[in-house]
Design a protein around this ligand. Structure first.
Ligand code: GCW
Length: 690
């Protein structure tokens, strides 16, 4: 159980765990009264900046000796303790940390809160034991904080084993089945628990034949995986095929209205819960990129999602139903069809039709995990639907874990973007169901959560690029607290990952990673236009027209005069009209549309002057060249750390930086040359064009 896990880990730090029966008072020795516990301190970032080195024993190494004169006491109650003060929105994940009588006390209402409180203490290290440590009450904003694995059992000849995976094979599967040795999964589970993740889907949303069987023949193996996640507060989910009744059950149809289909799903869910009583539920990609779905039977996506939800309902399970539905057989000649509109057009009319154990899982942008996209308007359009926002930790469009690209700032922007209700309600609030921020009474909206595609594999460094581990860390921490400063989280990760390192190590890592997302954006596709990636190399590297005449609906429409997609209501596809005010007006109008999204919303001449004061074409020229200068400067900076960090790690990062310089240079030269050839406008800076 989670409590056993916390007890074990706490003992390793020289502390103890006391579990109270419901209603039982706290032990006198701790001299903590419930009244003390609501003295909440909000400024967590400030505490963490206080500097002391934090030593965290990596899994498998001997724990640090306990702090002298301190005992860490963790206390679990049934929740009555904190609720007694009328604390609103009490969640099982909440914990309170106080210093009482020379002891650091963590109090939680449930086992998971205790677990998170323990990890909070571990993260703080010595700082948690200072007598001036202020009391803290902490709880996550979103109730579900999920990672989806796009892992397959079989190895695809082109895609490899993990779809869009850049860190080797799957940690779950090898040799055509669930691994015998799941020790990395056990470590991964601890890692996820420590950053607050509480849900994991263990197979690809594109469910192929072998993987479909996890739901039936594979259940005993799925149970082995769930057993490893459980002690860390993580529930296991499966991606399932909508066609399972046909594919697995031999039925003639998967029509949601068919009673045999309904019975098949109910029986399937019964079997799952008989094997895994705390199973989380299903993740479903339907009618998308070739996956089966309800459209085949003339049903809509509420019919489809509710079919599965009703099978899970008796067991408390949830369906995460993806909104990534669009026509991928588009005719590039047809300028009226706009892929960006698709999710809203399909789903917004269904608001209110989904059962309450359905969560609609919406990619953060309307297209597909690009480096820069506007926030999906679906998130503002469905007030009667539980929503989750979907991020991509795996770096499909952000450099395949060969490029340094710290994504914390992107996700922070997404989660805190004030999308709805006259720009007062941000994405985190929309998906967490709270009308405002934490500590406010829960509102009229039910809660969904935050999800993301994992970047972990069986690679020696887990994530291919060792520095991509920071993305996994930041994702968990931002899903917990979307208001956290992503730069502070980066420093937190650096401090925890390189404990006691030479200050030069910290400074250099910070320099390389801090602005790396913006640097990546600056040498790839400009001003929000997206794509320009190479289809032949799985979306890696430049190919400006790679998708221009394809069926996928991701165009830039560059010609000799200009570039960009007109998505205005006035003259374009009307996509801007899917936003609530003030965003529809902001994006519609060239005068107010932010530079970084200009080409997403407008087709403009190359001579168009940006708010920054430069023309579109000169921006394309300059930022690509400047960004490569930045990347080149990272090479000697990293080189200078040789001997100051682990040799293998140093070598791996050095190798990846060499590739990043090569690839960024390729981007720079292709994009600059392409636009010179299209426009004929010379680069005012006089830098080389080919
Ligand atoms: O970004 C695209 C990827 C597909 C992926 C799809 C999705 C799992 O290129 O590989 O399929 O998104 O999110 O379903």
């Amino acid at each position: 159980t989670v409590v056993d896990e916390v007890r074990r880990a706490t003992a390793a730090h020289g502390g103890s765990v006391t579990v109270l029966a419901p209603g039982e008072a706290l032990p006198d020795a701790a001299s903590v009264r419930s009244h003390d516990l609501v003295l909440v301190v909000a400024s967590r970032a400030a505490e963490r900046d206080s500097g002391a080195a934090r030593q965290v024993p990596p899994p498998g190494r001997a724990p640090q000796p306990p702090h002298p004169n301190d005992a860490l006491v963790a206390v679990a109650t049934d929740g009555a303790l904190v609720a007694a003060d009328g604390a609103p929105g009490l969640s099982p994940d909440m914990f309170v940390r106080v210093r009482a009588g020379g002891t650091t006390v963590v109090v939680a209402g449930a086992a998971t809160g205790l677990l998170y409180g323990l990890h909070d203490v571990v993260r703080l290290g010595e700082d948690a034991f200072g007598d001036d440590a202020p009391p803290v009450r902490d709880l996550p904003v979103a109730p579900v904080r999920m990672l989806d694995h796009w892992d397959n059992i079989d190895v695809h000849p082109v895609m490899g084993q993990v779809e869009r995976g850049y860190a080797g094979g799957s940690i779950f599967y090898a040799d055509g089945r669930v691994r015998e040795d799941l020790s990395r999964v056990a470590d991964y589970a601890r890692l996820l628990g420590s950053i607050g993740i509480n849900a994991v889907a263990i197979n690809n949303v594109n469910v192929h034949r072998t993987e479909a069987r996890l739901l039936t023949d594979g259940l005993a193996d799925v149970a082995r995986v769930a057993d490893l996640f459980r002690p860390h507060g993580v529930r296991t989910y499966l991606s399932v095929s909508f066609a399972s009744p046909v594919v697995l059950g031999g039925l003639p149809t998967s029509d949601p209205a068919d009673p045999d289909v309904q019975a098949w799903w109910a029986a399937a869910a019964d079997r799952v819960y008989a094997t895994i009583p705390d199973f989380g539920g299903f993740v479903v990609k339907a009618d998308s990129e070739g996956q089966p779905g309800p459209f085949a039977y003339g049903r809509d996506h509420a019919d489809g999602a509710n079919l599965l939800a009703r099978a899970l309902r008796p067991h408390g399970g949830t369906v995460f139903w993806r909104a990534f539905v669009y026509n991928h057989e588009q005719d590039w000649r047809d300028r009226r069809t706009d892929r960006a509109r698709a999710a809203y057009d399909h789903f917004a009319p269904l608001d209110g039709r989904f059962d309450d154990n359905v969560v609609l899982q919406v990619k953060y942008g309307p297209i597909d995990f690009q480096t820069r996209e506007p926030i999906s308007p679906v998130l503002a359009a469905m007030p009667r639907t539980r929503l989750a926002v979907e991020l991509q930790v795996t770096q499909e469009y952000t450099g395949h874990q060969k490029h340094v690209c710290y994504l914390g700032p992107l996700w922070s922007q997404v989660l805190t973007f004030p999308l709805a209700e006259d720009a007062t309600r941000d994405v985190a609030a929309l998906v967490s169901g709270l009308p405002g921020r934490r500590d406010t009474p829960s509102g009229e909206l039910p809660a969904g959560g935050v999800t993301a595609v994992s970047n972990v594999g069986d690679d020696e460094f887990w994530t291919g690029h060792p520095l991509a581990q920071a993305n996994l860390y930041a994702y968990g921490r931002l899903a917990w607290d979307p208001e956290a400063d992503p730069v502070a989280l980066l420093d937190e990760w650096i401090g925890l990952t390189f404990p006691g390192a030479d200050p030069r190590v910290r400074d250099t890592l910070h320099t390389l990673m801090d602005g790396s997302w913006l640097t990546y954006e600056a040498y790839t596709a400009p001003l929000g236009v997206g794509f320009m990636v190479d289809p032949g190399r799985m979306h890696y590297g430049p190919n400006v027209d790679g998708y221009e005449y394809s069926k996928w609906g991701t165009y830039h429409f560059a010609d000799r005069d200009g570039i960009g997609v007109d998505r205005t209501v006035a003259t374009g596809t009307g996509y801007a009209g899917q936003y609530p005010s003030p965003w529809r007006e902001t994006y519609e109008d060239l005068a107010t549309c932010p530079d970084e999204l200009l080409l997403f919303f407008h087709h403009v001449p190359y001579s168009h002057v940006l708010h920054s004061g430069t023309t579109v074409i000169q921006h394309v020229y300059d930022s690509r060249a400047d960004a490569v200068d930045v990347v080149e400067s990272w090479v000697p900076a990293w080189d200078a750390l040789r001997g100051l960090v682990d040799d293998r790690l140093h070598a791996r990062v050095a190798e990846r930086l060499t590739e990043q310089v090569r690839s960024a240079t390729e981007w720079r030269d292709q994009v600059r040359s392409y636009f010179f050839r299209k426009s004929g406008v010379p680069d005012a800076s006089g830098r080389p064009i080919y």
